[in-house]
Design a protein around this ligand. Structure first.
Ligand SMILES: *[C@@H]1O[C@H](CO)[C@@H](O)[C@H](O)[C@H]1NC(C)=O
Ligand SMILES: *[C@@H]1O[C@H](CO)[C@@H](O)[C@H](O)[C@H]1NC(C)=O
Ligand SMILES: *[C@@H]1O[C@H](CO)[C@@H](O)[C@H](O)[C@H]1NC(C)=O
Ligand SMILES: *[C@@H]1O[C@H](CO)[C@@H](O)[C@H](O)[C@H]1NC(C)=O
Ligand SMILES: *[C@@H]1O[C@H](CO)[C@@H](O)[C@H](O)[C@H]1NC(C)=O
Ligand SMILES: *[C@@H]1O[C@H](CO)[C@@H](O)[C@H](O)[C@H]1NC(C)=O
Ligand SMILES: *[C@@H]1O[C@H](CO)[C@@H](O)[C@H](O)[C@H]1NC(C)=O
Ligand SMILES: *[C@@H]1O[C@H](CO)[C@@H](O)[C@H](O)[C@H]1NC(C)=O
Ligand SMILES: *[C@@H]1O[C@H](CO)[C@@H](O)[C@H](O)[C@H]1NC(C)=O
Ligand SMILES: *[C@@H]1O[C@H](CO)[C@@H](O)[C@H](O)[C@H]1NC(C)=O
Ligand SMILES: *[C@@H]1O[C@H](CO)[C@@H](O)[C@H](O)[C@H]1NC(C)=O
Length: 865
């Protein structure tokens, strides 16, 4: 770095006496000069020292240059050997000042060795002689002890430093060093220049065993963003970022701070407030200085301490938060506070002088909350304080919301029903029950308490003429909800036609006409038509002005018929406006038809069955499908669709399966199957059974004999009094029939023959329904059990049907034979056979009887054909 400075006023203060002398002689020279340039005289050479060491050589000389521009050659020579290390020509403009100052920065500390300077004057045509040598003497000339330069320990990143070592003269010959490799004078060795970049680490450097140093490479301070605030309203606290690290270590390397000239701790620096509004921070380290400042009114920079000792005082729907301040001055300061409630900022802020509490409103009863508070200056808001500690609280129970009350007429009874409070928002606590108040037309009231799980109250004694007002309130620990009332009449006031409604997309769209009776809107209710469940009804209140309602599928079951009613809400009892019935989604019938019965007359059959129970229809019943399958031809012979539960058939001989299924718009339900056979001819049949019959005749005689012996007992057991058969009358017969199932079991069947002249099932006169049931008995128990046969009337409808006829009763006879062979079987009396014989018109047992699970079985045969 080379500069030419022209110092002005400050120079005079340091101007030594010699300069004054030089001035005078210079004037003389000036006048003398004519064509010949005298050498420069009056030169002073001295180093400039700072923390970094002596690197800059100052050269001052005095000459009057007022009249013309001048040039000077300057040479710097090093060591006694006068090695030229710098040469330069400088220009001096015409200037009244005669004092000149030139600086040169040496790559080597000036103490390392002697530096000499000489100058000469020059113009276009000639140069003066060189001045004398002006020398700044190095320490190598006379230092008695070894020396090391530079002696400072701190270097800026990016600097380029050459170190030197001055040895004792006697040590020079033996000196060996890998770093101090260059000898520049008798006692001085120097290093190659060290280039310190940002990656350079702190270094230890040694010259010989004793001389050396640790030096640090770093940066000047880089502190930024000075911000001064007040926290307690009586002192100022300034803080800042230190910026880039200086990387300097050691006590001397630390950055020292002053704030407005006062010593200061690093971050934060706290000083009493003394009406200052601007602050200047000086940060200094061995490498340099950083000055930053901040300007503000401290009262616009208030950063409060957080609220302390949070307390809460809780009600049902509001809570008071209280706290205290740890600074006395806050109590007279305008404060604004903000709350975080359950992790959300409460949308209202609170302010006041020395604010210490506020009320949170619109809270939910019986709810857990956690809140924290922070505050700031409300006049000149600058920053929020730290948050207070979190405070947790739970609001108290409040009285429940009013219940939604409705009514249901079910099986001649009236019920007041209500919707249970399902959510906490409705119950506002733990429900303990319901209070039902009944007020009649004469203002007589009676009170009834229902448990928390009740949803209805049976209005048992509704006065036939008068109305009753039923009020229902829910109860919890906070008290009773406002009563919800409904006025009940004995029967619905108006009767309406029930229309059919169609479901759409699994729900119902209900539309009605505006009613003049409506004063508070409408109520739509819906209930499964065949439900006997109390409070199965669901309802929805519709505000006035709306005349339609969609009942969504989530409230409806598929395949269930619903009654949907629309009421107008009035100041009195609700008025029924319209009622419809329908399925949200129709399904196939859920059950098979039951109780299939067959009457035969030759090849003509009359097939009948029972209607499905209403709740099993699954949809609007469209009719029945009857399918007659002929086994021999392996194909469906005939198909019928009928709305009746009776069909007349005429079939040719053969085995058949008859399937009957009910159907709705959604399809057919499962088939009830009926297997049967039409015999060819009675003659063929007799021939076919003649062999069996002869055997049977033999057995018959024996049995007759046996039975005769036991007849009294049997008669007493089974038919104490046998009425004379009379086809047109009402009569009943029983018979038992046993067959061997396994070696040990007998299957005994009991048969009942009775006329069904007039039954609810509407079967034609003169036909016979034959019912039987089977009971499995261990063989040796037969006697005993036969006496305990249950009464036929207790058999449930739909049990297997088996017809019995003496002629075709081959298995029966065979079993009787085995019974005879086995003495324990000789209990079958003749009378039981007689009873069987009495069953006229006789029906026959079919030997092709094959039980099939889950179906109704029957066998029919006609011997008249
Ligand atoms: C470091 O200083 C030496 C000697 O003064 C010089 O030759 C060299 O170019 C300098 N290096 C840098 C990077 O400035
Ligand atoms: C330097 O050393 C040489 C020889 O060793 C000697 O002649 C000379 O005087 C010395 N110079 C100084 C200044 O000591
Ligand atoms: C100083 O503040 C400015 C703006 O406020 C910011 O961008 C910068 O990052 C801050 N400096 C430091 C060192 O934090
Ligand atoms: C600050 O100013 C107020 C009035 O402006 C004065 O009363 C107070 O003494 C001053 N404080 C200091 C520390 O100077
Ligand atoms: C503060 O510093 C900025 C630049 O850092 C300067 O512009 C400003 O004048 C200074 N203000 C004061 C009051 O010293
Ligand atoms: C807080 O709740 C109590 C009890 O319900 C009530 O008396 C008080 O008025 C409420 N306070 C506010 C500010 O709403
Ligand atoms: C806060 O929110 C409630 C409900 O969201 C609202 O009623 C109230 O007006 C809001 N208050 C403010 C100050 O925004
Ligand atoms: C029932 O009480 C109401 C008011 O409480 C009154 O207006 C009405 O006349 C009373 N009815 C009878 C029948 O007492
Ligand atoms: C109400 O029902 C709940 C659950 O169904 C049961 O835990 C509770 O005991 C019932 N309360 C009463 C009073 O019956
Ligand atoms: C029904 O109420 C009427 C008057 O409102 C009264 O005369 C009659 O006795 C009541 N009947 C019964 C059974 O309470
Ligand atoms: C009955 O017919 C069906 C096809 O119609 C056939 O698969 C089946 O094998 C036939 N059964 C007999 C016993 O012929």
């Amino acid at each position: 770095m080379e500069t030419l400075e022209i110092p002005s006023s400050h120079y005079s203060s340091v101007m030594p006496v010699w300069v004054v002398c030089v001035l005078l002689s210079s004037l003389i020279h000036q006048t003398e000069q004519n064509g010949y340039l005298p050498p420069v005289k009056y030169v002073k050479v001295y180093p400039e020292e700072n923390d970094m060491g002596a690197w800059v050589l100052n050269v001052e000389f005095v000459e009057n240059t007022e009249s013309e521009n001048r040039m000077y050659d300057i040479e710097v020579l090093r060591t006694e050997q006068m090695m030229r290390v710098h040469k330069e020509t400088i220009y001096v403009k015409a200037h009244p000042t005669i004092h000149h100052h030139w600086k040169w920065t040496s790559p080597l500390p000036l103490q390392c060795t002697s530096h000499s300077v000489r100058l000469r004057r020059r113009d276009q045509h000639q140069t003066s002689n060189w001045s004398a040598l002006y020398t700044y003497k190095g320490q190598d000339l006379n230092a008695s002890s070894p020396d090391f330069y530079p002696q400072n320990e701190y270097f800026l990143v990016g600097s380029n430093v050459t170190f030197c070592c001055i040895l004792k003269a006697e040590n020079v010959p033996s000196f060996r060093s890998s770093t101090f490799t260059i000898r520049i004078s008798n006692r001085t060795f120097i290093t190659e220049p060290f280039q310190f970049d940002s990656t350079s680490k702190n270094k230890n450097l040694f010259c010989d065993d004793h001389e050396g140093t640790t030096f640090f490479i770093g940066y000047t301070p880089d502190d930024q963003n000075l911000t001064c605030v007040t926290r307690d309203l009586s002192s100022v606290q300034c803080s800042w970022n230190s910026g880039r690290e200086t990387r300097l270590e050691g006590l001397r390397g630390e950055t020292k701070y002053t704030l407005n000239g006062r010593r200061c701790q690093f971050n934060p620096c706290v000083q009493p407030e003394n009406n200052e509004t601007s602050w200047t921070l000086t940060a200094q380290n061995p490498l340099g200085v950083m000055i930053i400042n901040d300007t503000a009114d401290p009262l616009h920079r208030v950063w409060l301490n957080g609220p302390k000792n949070m307390l809460s005082n809780v009600n049902e729907r509001n809570a008071t938060l209280q706290w205290s301040w740890d600074e006395q001055k806050y109590n007279s300061f305008s404060i604004i506070c903000q709350v975080e409630l359950n992790r959300n900022i409460y949308n209202k802020t609170f302010s006041g002088t020395g604010l210490k509490s506020f009320v949170l409103e619109d809270l939910q009863p019986v709810t857990d909350y956690s809140a924290k508070v922070h505050c700031g200056s409300s006049e000149h808001f600058y920053i929020w304080s730290e948050w207070s500690k979190m405070t947790d609280f739970r609001t108290k129970e409040d009285i429940p919301e009013p219940v939604d009350v409705w009514m249901q007429y079910l099986e001649e009874s009236t019920y007041v029903i209500w919707k249970k409070h399902l959510t906490k928002d409705q119950s506002n606590g733990v429900l303990t029950g319901y209070k039902v108040t009944i007020t009649d037309t004469e203002n007589k009231t009676s009170i009834y308490h229902a448990g928390p799980n009740s949803t209805y109250y049976s209005v048992s004694s509704v006065n036939e003429t008068g109305n009753q007002m039923i009020s229902v309130s829910a109860k919890n620990s906070a008290g009773l909800s406002p009563p919800a009332s409904i006025i009940i009449t004995r029967y619905p006031a108006s009767r309406v036609e029930i229309s059919r409604i169609n479901g759409s997309n699994g729900g119902f769209d209900i539309v009605w006409l505006e009613s003049s009776s409506s004063t508070c809107g409408y109520v739509v209710d819906w209930v499964p038509t065949y439900s006997h469940e109390k409070s199965a009804v669901q309802w929805k209140r519709i505000p006035a002005g709306h005349l339609n309602k969609r009942i969504e599928s989530e409230f409806l079951k598929q395949g269930v018929r619903y009654n949907v009613s629309v009421y107008s809400c009035t100041s009195g009892a609700p008025q029924l406006l319209q009622r419809g019935e329908g399925y949200a989604i129709e399904k196939k019938p859920f059950e098979i038809v039951g109780n299939i019965k067959v009457k035969s007359n030759g090849r003509n059959l009359v097939l009948s069955w029972e209607k499905l129970p209403l709740d099993k229809h699954g949809g609007f019943m469209l009719g029945y499908k009857v399918n007659i399958f002929h086994y021999a031809s392996n194909k469906t012979e005939e198909q019928y669709e009928t709305k009746n539960t009776t069909v007349h058939l005429k079939l040719s001989p053969g085995s058949y399966a008859i399937n009957i299924s009910a159907f709705t718009s959604a399809g057919e339900g499962d088939n009830a199957t009926f297997h049967g056979r039409i015999e060819k001819d009675i003659l063929e049949m007799i021939l076919a059974t003649v062999v069996g019959s002869s055997l049977a005749a033999f057995a018959f005689i024996i049995i007759t004999f046996m039975c005769f012996k036991w007849r009294k007992w049997l008669k007493k057991m089974l038919y104490p009094d046998i009425p004379k058969p009379k086809l047109s009358g009402q009569w009943t017969k029983k018979g038992i029939y046993c067959s061997e199932m396994t070696k040990k079991d007998l299957k005994c069947e009991i048969h009942e023959v009775h006329s069904v002249e007039r039954t609810a099932l509407d079967v034609e006169d003169g036909t016979f329904l034959i019912r039987s049931t089977s009971i499995l008995l261990p063989a040796n128990d037969l006697y005993q059990k036969c006496s305990e046969f249950p009464d036929v009337s207790s058999f449930s409808p739909g049990t297997s049907f088996i017809t019995l006829d003496p002629i075709s009763s081959q298995p029966f006879i065979q079993n009787l034979i085995s019974a005879i062979e086995n003495p324990s079987y000789n209990l079958i009396s003749q009378e039981s056979i007689n009873i069987s014989l009495l069953s006229e018109p006789a029906l026959e047992m079919d030997d092709s009887y094959h039980p099939t699970p889950n179906n109704v079985h029957n066998t029919f045969q006609n011997k008249d054909s």
